[in-house]
Design a protein around this ligand. Structure first.
Ligand code: PA5
Ligand code: NI
Length: 195
């Protein structure tokens, strides 16, 4: 039987005082996701920029466990589009997630396999409940400063990245004259509704 786990999570850095995994995602892992493909390629030839990081407390990936950790999306843009996470459905679609924003300014873009979509504000102190079936992506809409979020989800959820890699999100968030603006993704392909 496991013993209780406790750790510290304080600003301004919000890096957990203990963690098991530190995942870093760079520009090269976002192939085909940013609208401005040309700028993406151009930026990539110069530098494989660090877009976001995840600090994870590892738990067995089974029902009953809760996976949790901190994600940090750095500020920046590819063309007009803000730095963002890859985004995913959970492999077990009927699993939810809780996000608690610790720092920064951003948006969460969500959608269901049926194409229903939502965009929610992320700002310090705000809690966002992602119901079962909703794919989710965090977007840092600030000109400077990280977007930092604490997340918790069921141990058996798994990640389905492939669906989003193929179809994209229905909505994108761009800098429209200094304001975060939600636009249609012209490359979005509606997926099977039979999931
Ligand atoms: O489980 C989650 O939804 C988060 O912890 C994300 O994994 C994190 O924000 C990184 O995003 P992604 O997994 O889409 O790369
Ligand atoms: Ni998730």
């Amino acid at each position: 039987m496991d013993k209780p786990i406790a750790f510290e999570l304080h600003g301004p850095e919000f890096i957990p005082s203990q963690y098991d995994k530190h995942i870093v995602r760079r520009l090269s892992s976002m192939d085909g996701q940013y609208l401005d493909l040309e700028t993406y390629q151009e930026m990539l030839t110069k530098d494989d920029l660090l877009l976001y990081e995840v600090y994870e407390i590892e738990r067995p990936e089974v029902a009953g466990e809760l996976l949790h950790g901190v994600s940090i999306v750095h500020p920046g843009k590819v063309g007009q589009e803000y730095f963002m996470t890859k985004g995913h459905f959970h492999a077990v679609l009927d699993t939810a997630e809780v996000y608690y924003c610790l720092k920064g300014q951003g948006l969460m873009v969500l959608e269901t396999p049926e194409g229903e979509w939502a965009v929610e504000d992320l700002s310090p102190g705000r809690v966002l409940y992602v119901p079962p079936r909703w794919a989710h992506r965090s977007v840092n809409t600030a000109n400077q400063g990280d977007l930092i979020i604490f997340f918790i989800y069921p141990g058996h959820s798994g990640h389905d990245y492939g669906t989003i890699e193929q179809q994209g999100f229905r909505k994108l968030v761009i800098d429209g004259a200094g304001q975060p603006t939600v636009i249609d993704n012209p490359r979005w392909k509606a997926s099977g509704v039979n999931r």
